[in-house]
Design a protein around this ligand. Structure first.
Ligand SMILES: NC(=O)c1ccc[n+]([C@@H]2O[C@H](COP(=O)([O-])OP(=O)(O)OC[C@H]3O[C@@H](n4cnc5c(N)ncnc54)[C@H](O)[C@@H]3O)[C@@H](O)[C@H]2O)c1
Ligand SMILES: O=C(O)C[C@H](O)C(=O)O
Length: 363
């Protein structure tokens, strides 16, 4: 008898959640709803994370991997299409995070309110023959609108920008936040982790090592010659022939194009990108939690820590992540002559990509 009334109470609670009194679409499996209810009472530790563009090629595996991350307690999945299906699917995974879906511009604010970390993979990908800059006309407007929402609803969130061209979309985000009076250079990070992931893989292949043991700093930006692997600073320490340096530099700089061509019109890197994005997001969350010694490469504002690695306002370099986002930017360290030449080429292209992003918002 007692057991029967418990079940009825549980069903009543579940159906109350299935018809939520809010105006936003809450796409959750019934078990998750019940667990969400318990969580509200018990209080589960963890961070609130939103993915904007969650139904896309990167967004879906990224959402799946973030649902598996024990540091995440709430996962908001926002897109302009298909987010209900992705949310329903992912919400059945028996991991801790509670998943909620949000569909369309009118639900952007609900998706963002209260978030600790916002990851942005929204926007169109390249097709063969295109540069990342060819995506500017469409993706600039998408990133601008999403960042306006962030400035309004979660101005203190850490923001991870994946949408290309990163060398311009990060400056766009910064300008939007400046206009709104919410810009904190420590909290805005362009995701260049895929370049590091590729560099680790390709260098490990050449050295005959396990890629998990290899760490290659990749600095500059995220497009062509702006992707500058520092092969003289590889860990564990090693040396390369000139031929290996040229092969590795070219393969790392063209890794994205290699995938775009192999996919032959069906998009760009999605699975390795989702892996890299989760690796980076996890580092940001460990930093927020207060872990010591969290160091990754990212494309950040040079104002983030009063250290101008170069004279440019944005640059990718090794950064230490902490409770406030970017706690420290590391200097480039000693470069060899090949890297010094590469740095000059990278800076030239970066300067114009950054300026293009800044002036887009100024218009
Ligand atoms: N930083 C990197 O290293 C890196 C790596 C790979 C891809 N990318 C970039 O990531 C972006 C996404 O790539 P993808 O393969 O996932 O593309 P995709 O087309 O598969 O997915 C993009 C998603 O964004 C959504 N979207 C479009 N406009 C939106 C808006 N206004 N608000 C919210 N969502 C919106 C789409 O509906 C779609 O679901 C591209 O710009 C691509 O170039 C960056
Ligand atoms: O190459 C692309 O267009 C996508 C991404 O920037 C990548 O490096 O894979």
């Amino acid at each position: 008898m007692q057991q029967g009334s418990d079940i009825h109470q549980r069903i009543a609670r579940i159906s109350a959640h299935l018809n939520p009194p809010t105006n936003h679409l809450q796409v959750e499996g019934s078990c998750n709803i019940w667990r969400a209810d318990c969580r509200a009472k018990g209080g589960s530790p963890g961070f609130k994370v939103a993915i904007l563009g969650a139904a896309g090629g990167i967004g879906q595996p990224l959402a799946m991997l973030m649902k598996m991350n024990p540091l995440v307690s709430v996962l908001h999945l926002y897109d302009v299409v298909n987010s209900p299906g992705v949310t329903s699917d992912i919400s059945h995974m028996d991991t801790g995070a509670v998943v909620r879906g949000f569909l369309g511009q009118q639900q952007l604010e609900d998706a963002l309110t209260g978030m600790d970390l916002v990851i942005i993979p929204a926007g169109v990908p390249r097709k063969p023959g295109m540069t990342r800059d060819d995506l500017f006309n469409i993706n600039a407007g998408i990133v601008k609108t999403l960042c306006e929402g962030i400035a309004k609803c979660c101005p203190n969130a850490i923001v991870n920008v994946i949408s290309n061209p990163v060398n311009s979309t990060v400056p766009i985000a910064a300008e939007v936040f400046k206009k709104a009076g919410t810009f904190d250079p420590k909290r805005l990070l362009g995701v260049t982790m895929l370049d590091v992931v590729r560099a680790n893989t390709f260098v490990a292949e050449v050295l005959g090592l396990d890629p998990r043991e290899v760490n290659v700093p990749v600095v500059g930006g995220h497009a062509g010659v702006t992707i500058l692997p520092l092969l003289s600073q590889v860990k564990p320490p090693c040396s390369f022939t000139q031929e290996e340096i040229e092969y590795l530099t070219s393969r790392i700089q063209n890794g994205g194009t290699e995938v775009v061509e192999a996919k032959a019109g069906a998009g760009s890197a999605t699975l390795s990108m989702a892996y890299a994005a989760v690796k980076f997001a996890d580092a940001c969350l460990r930093g927020l939690r207060g872990d010591a010694g969290v160091v990754e490469c990212a494309f950040v504002s040079s104002q983030a820590r009063l250290l101008y690695v170069t004279e440019l306002p944005f640059f990718a370099s090794k950064v230490r992540l902490g409770r406030n986002g970017v706690e420290e930017i590391y200097a480039l360290g000693p470069l060899n002559s090949h890297e010094r030449v590469g740095l000059e080429k990278a800076k030239k292209e970066l300067a114009s990509s950054i300026e293009k992003g800044v002036s887009f918002v100024g218009k």
